[in-house]
Design a binder for this molecule. Structure first.
Ligand code: ZN
Ligand code: MN
Length: 187
């Protein structure tokens, strides 16, 4: 059996199985996307549950705005700015402003649930995926995409040895042109 669900279960990269052959009224691509989004939803839900638990243990009050911001952030891979989050949610909260979004994000950052990716242009992006992973940033459109690579802890030890720092973390980004920007420039 080679269904998309089986592939999702086996953990094989769906990228290696891309096909648009039509099958049972829906293309395999559609079936793949559907099962992938179901799997992603389950992961997001489990993560949200854990985050809510952590906030509760830290005595942090949950408000509807907070909940909306956290679940939005956990459900996206786009590394939004505070402004992006505000624009995505403003219709649901009349009292919401970019400043309140920012303040709530700070609460999550302090609780270790969200990380801030700062850039020189004072336009921070936010990421609720706290696993050690790395980012590729598009120099044309600014898009930030995750990529996985074995964590570079040996760099942290090298830095500790050479500088005497007690190193707490590191940040690595690669820069270039993303897939969609490359496609545009080829036309
Ligand atoms: Zn781009
Ligand atoms: Mn990320």
């Amino acid at each position: 059996m080679h269904s998309a669900a089986a592939r999702a279960k086996s953990g094989l990269s769906p990228l290696t199985n891309r096909t648009t052959r039509t099958y049972n009224g829906g293309s395999q691509e559609e079936i793949r996307q559907k099962s992938e989004s179901l799997a992603v939803n389950a992961v997001v839900e489990a993560r949200l549950e854990q985050a809510l638990d952590k906030l509760k243990r830290n005595g942090i009050r949950m408000t509807p705005q907070r909940f909306a911001i956290l679940s939005y952030l956990q459900g996206t891979k786009s590394h939004p700015t505070a402004d992006d989050i505000y624009r995505a949610l403003e219709n649901r909260f009349s009292s919401m402003s970019v400043a309140t979004v920012y303040n709530n994000l700070k609460v999550f950052i302090d609780a270790g649930l969200v990380r801030e990716l700062t850039y020189g242009d004072q336009c921070s992006h936010f990421d609720a995926d706290m696993s050690t992973h790395y980012h590729a940033r598009c120099e044309r459109c600014g898009k930030i995409e995750d990529f996985s690579y074995p964590p570079l802890f040996h760099i942290e030890s090298a830095a500790e040895n050479e500088t005497g720092f007690a190193v707490t973390s590191h940040r690595l980004e690669v820069y270039g042109t993303c897939r969609s920007c490359r496609a545009i420039s080829q036309h």
